[in-house]
Design a protein around this ligand. Structure first.
Ligand code: NAD
Length: 487
């Protein structure tokens, strides 16, 4: 798989040589539009959202329980490689008073039967990254709405395929970026929409999460898929948790647009030291592991080297002149952070821990952080209405403190009511493709890389995300206590 979006390579891959036009000083290529854009797509309301979940490892089972709790939504089909994983979810469904779902398992392509199942109108993908593009494409080909775990896609070429398919079929294709629904992220969005931070200037996001214990473990990622990705790629493979919320604050893709990116990766010091210090454990793992999936053997993945490096840092500049820094580090002993920093002409907000500084009268040369009383006032005034309405229910349901439930809730609610989704196909592709673009730039020591405009200029017309909620009342007594959530 090549990440290089050269003009020749792109034209060959896309089969659109005659139709392509060159835009931007860095030579990003945009194929001519064939279909109307779907940035504000609204589809016929679904009376019941019938969800087929593919991938029941560490992440998928949480989706099964969350979706089951949403009024008007049902899990109707389940797919995994392993029968035991499908059976476990069906046992959970029946134990909790829901109908068992149709089970698909066995071969690597059995999931296609789930997609074709007439009792599925939303395909929900929670498989390893290597499977996302074929699953998303096939779902849309079959006329199904699709929601896919992060990141959805890695290459520019694959983004164009996904965008064209969504436009051709006029179906929804949403990246399941749960961090856009975090309490602090939605608070920030509400403050931005109320112009509390002034004109936005700069944002910072990250995925800094020590995953060493999971990467080098037997019963963790199926077939060591994530470690193998790290062995085979550099750049930032997992940018969307930090980037998605910043893009929503800035209305990137809906009034602004990413233009150019530069990225660098550090060496893999943490990777190497971890393996040196855990040699006995890793030798034992390697001795037992004979898999060869995901492009390399388990043994080679466990022993390294890993192209990924430890820290990836990228800076993106937008058409309107804003800047965004985005980082990734899963192999250093650092406390978890997504940074979540947004800064404007009248103040800023940053997370981990949440701190806010406001210059309300343009007269604060020595601006300090808001004190406890001021923070309480800010929460009272700007807590997002969705959190006010469904936050307690969501927290009880679980999933990263409730944000996963709110994401699934909004997704199902919009489908039931024929509304545009909070995250459209262009945002899904643009946030995800930072993986491929950071790899390209990092391999060239930070050379600037054009960020393609997958909206083909429609970003000027696509409506910015508002302060959206749902018209459902939640009975807290009916919330189930959330179950396992890993990463
Ligand atoms: N948004 C979040 O907070 C969050 C958190 C964790 C994981 N994720 C994402 O969720 C996805 C899954 O991650 P995970 O940690 O659950 O990985 P995992 O390895 O634990 O689970 C993947 C599952 O997919 C199944 N699978 C693999 N190939 C398949 C195929 N061809 N057909 C059917 N099933 C197949 C595997 O058997 C496994 O059960 C990844 O994309 C990851 O990035 C997101």
């Amino acid at each position: 798989m090549s990440f290089f979006s050269t003009r020749r390579g792109f034209l060959k891959a896309s089969g659109m040589a005659g139709a392509a036009t060159m835009v931007g000083s860095l030579g990003a290529v945009v194929p001519a539009r064939k279909y109307e854009h779907v940035g504000n797509l609204a589809c016929a309301p679904l009376e019941t959202v019938k969800v087929g979940v593919i991938g029941l490892g560490m992440r998928g089972p949480g989706a099964v329980s969350r979706i089951s709790a949403i009024p008007g939504a049902r899990v109707t089909a389940l797919a995994d490689l392993y029968k035991a994983r499908v059976d476990a979810q069906n046992a959970w469904l029946t134990r909790n008073g829901f109908a068992a779902a149709t089970a698909y398992y066995g071969a690597e392509d059995t999931w296609k039967k789930l997609v074709e199942d007439p009792e599925v109108n939303l395909v929900y993908v929670a498989t390893p990254w290597q499977w996302h593009v074929p699953m998303v494409m096939y779902a849309m080909e079959c006329g199904k709405h699709v929601a896919c775990e992060v990141p959805m896609v890695f290459t520019v070429d694959d983004c164009w395929k996904i965008v064209e398919k969504a436009e051709e079929k006029r179906v929804h294709c949403m990246l399941l970026e749960n961090c856009c629904y975090g309490y602090n992220e939605m608070l920030a969005l509400n403050m931005v929409r109320n112009n509390v931070l002034g004109t936005l200037v700069h944002g910072e996001g990250a995925y800094i999460h020590d995953l060493r214990g999971w990467l080098f473990a037997e019963n963790s990622y199926e077939g060591y898929w994530r470690l193998k990705w790290n062995a085979q790629h550099t750049g930032n493979p997992y940018a969307t948790h930090g980037l998605g919320p910043i893009c929503q604050y800035m209305s990137v893709g809906r009034g602004d647009q990413m233009r150019v990116l530069t990225a660098m990766n550090s060496g893999g010091f943490g990777f190497e030291e971890y393996v040196r210090h855990n040699k006995a454990k890793i030798d034992t793992l390697a001795a037992k592991s004979n898999g060869t999936k995901y492009g390399m053997s388990d043994k080679d993945a466990l022993r390294g080297p890993w192209q990924q490096g430890d820290m990836s840092t990228a800076i993106i500049k937008t058409e309107q002149g804003r800047t965004i820094m985005v980082q990734h580090d899963t192999t250093s002993p650092r406390p978890y952070t997504r940074i979540n920093l947004i800064s404007g002409t009248r103040g800023m907000l940053k997370d981990y821990p949440l701190q806010i500084a406001l210059d309300q009268h343009y007269d604060a040369p020595h601006l300090g952080w808001a004190n406890q009383k001021q923070m309480e006032e800010i929460h009272a005034k700007y807590q997002h209405p969705l959190w006010r309405q469904a936050g307690l229910f969501a927290q009880k349901m679980g999933g990263h403190g409730g944000m996963d439930f709110l994401m699934d809730l909004r997704l199902c609610y919009c489908l039931q009511n024929g509304l545009p989704l909070d995250i459209n196909v262009y945002e899904s592709c643009q946030w995800s493709v930072i993986a491929g673009l950071t790899e390209e730039s990092s391999k060239k020591d930070g050379s600037p890389v054009a960020v393609p405009d997958f909206t083909r200029g429609a970003w000027k017309d696509i409506v910015p995300l508002g302060i959206e909620t749902v018209n459902i009342n939640f009975d807290l007594n009916k919330a189930k206590t959330g179950r396992q959530m890993n990463v």
